[in-house]
Write a protein that binds this ligand. Sequence first.
Ligand code: NAP
Length: 293
Amino acid sequence: MSTASDRPVIGFVGLGHMGGAMAARLLGAGYEVHGTSRTRARAEELIAAGLRWVDGADQLAKTADVLITSIPDDAALQLVADSITPALSGGQVWIDMSTVSPQASREVADRVLAAGAEFLDAPVSGSVPQVRAGTLTIMVGGDETAYHRVEAVLGELGRPTYIGGNGQGLALKLGINISLAVQVLAMAEGLLLAERSGVDRELALRVMTASPIGSPMLQAREPLLLDLPDEAWFDIRLMQKDLVLALETGRTLAVPLPTATSADEILTLARALGYERRDIAGVFEVLQRLSRH
Ligand SMILES: NC(=O)c1ccc[n+]([C@@H]2O[C@H](COP(=O)([O-])OP(=O)(O)OC[C@H]3O[C@@H](n4cnc5c(N)ncnc54)[C@H](OP(=O)(O)O)[C@@H]3O)[C@@H](O)[C@H]2O)c1
């Protein structure tokens, strides 16, 4: 199955925003990439760039050494697992780079291990620009030897770090995304307070992001907080999906998540006001609309 250069053949499932960009990067790095997704039309550019299309994830389990999935949620992961797992011949490593619940991921890991293959959760922090630049933060859970077998592949996409057993990459990813939501919300609150006190919004933002609370993420979002674009970098719907996964995990482990709970409520409100597909910086406009003018 390996290519002449002895690099593993990659089988990709889910060629959307993230998966499509990852497959393109691996093709660009010289890997042989086979792939499938729900909608073939979305993959035409990749096929033109050399991706070998197959009909169905089960086909990939027969031709690829390393399977990579980048799919929306637990339900999609279970569907794909139903297709892939019976077709595994053993020895392959399946890397799931989706953001799903640690519990669903561990359940799939058990099935894959029972079929004689390896399963790693490898969720990412960063978006399409970071995939293209190869600078994703990648947190990996699962067997450490299996991780080392695919470290070079993950290294093409970003900076992978081995975290621990199955589900632990995801637990850390959910932890990071609590801060993503809460930081944006706290910044929006402070900014509105300053603006309604008469401070110019642009000036307030510049000083706030240059102050000790200006994380790299908040610094990058400065233009979006000034003028919310139509095209999201990371939309409110996906942000809430991750917060809900964190809240469910917190409930299971009896870990209170008070700021994640507040942020979740504001995201529900944002969706009710029509901001579902807008960037998370849209919480500033939501608070503006709720406050006295
Ligand atoms: N976008 C980001 O910035 C970002 C950042 C970090 C993590 N993530 C996570 O990465 C994952 C992918 O996100 P994304 O933004 O790339 O989403 P996306 O653009 O919606 O891509 C998901 C892809 O999976 C395909 N798919 C869905 N169900 C499938 C199935 N059963 N079998 C095969 N293919 C299936 C979809 O097909 P269709 O084309 O038919 O919809 C789509 O191409 C998510 O878990 C997300 O939370 C995203």
